[in-house]
Design a protein around this ligand. Sequence first.
Ligand SMILES: [Zn+2]
Length: 321
Amino acid sequence: MKLYFTIITLFFLVLTSCQNENSNLQLTYLGTAGWVIKDENSKVLIDPYLSRIKLVGMSTSSKISKSAQSRDWGSDNRKKYYRDDRFEPDTTVINWMINNNVIDSSNYIFVHHTHFDHAADVPYIAKKTGARVIGTESLSNLLRAHGIPDKQIVTVRGGEDYDFEDFSVKVLPSLHSALRDKQYYSSENIPSDIKVPLQIKEYVEGGSLMFFFRFKNHKVLTMGSMNFIESEIDKLKPDILLAGSANSRKEIYRYTERLLKSTGFPEIVIPTHWDDFRVTYDAPQEKALEAKVMPFVKDVNRVSPKTKVLIPQHLVPIIIN
Ligand SMILES: [Zn+2]
């Protein structure tokens, strides 16, 4: 783990010394559906889930999944989590990200929905950075329960089009991935009187959103799930699409074709929410790449041959000029 972070630190040092940041948009994959997006004026965080806890079971059902039971955890000696356990952020990892300028000066955090793998680290990061957090009522309840002051909280439901100082964001109503053979459905919010820290299972969806960012030189559409409402993203024309690419996309009718067509066949597509997020940053992701990303890339190439697909690596910035 230490060696991995040393390499990444060196990478960041080289990067900051040799690039002209002024005209670039920089996107850094934090794993799961998490991103740092940065240009000359702004730095925003999206679904920053850095703890990557060793959850022994399904993320959205009470059953212990077969894959988790049979999984070889290798040398991962971290605490095992079950869905009844109360979540604790991995402050060593988060503080490292703050101290090494990965997420330090972010002014805003946007959250797609309040499952633990999107929202559980947000209270700690908001407290440490003072960033304003934009998300659903479910997220606002979580933040208030953690003592985050109201001035840091912006509650949205989808449909808002908000101007921030150096960028603007259209918030889009969306849908959660159709997990478990389409059996997944939740209309629950994290309630306002919730006791913190929450149990993993108490991080309920709280509604799903997508975000359409207009930065100075680029328009970026972000996803936190493998699903979308076609009429909401129609005619947005992002030049960069962070596309949900895990296998639950296969539940959706012509997922890739409808997604790319309705967004005007974006110039750049970057797969998101595809990695195995129950393992640490230094664990290999080849299996996830092969099983989820590569078939999706193939789909994109078929549907939109002119689109460039960029495959992200954890914590390695992608620079778009
Ligand atoms: Zn979810």
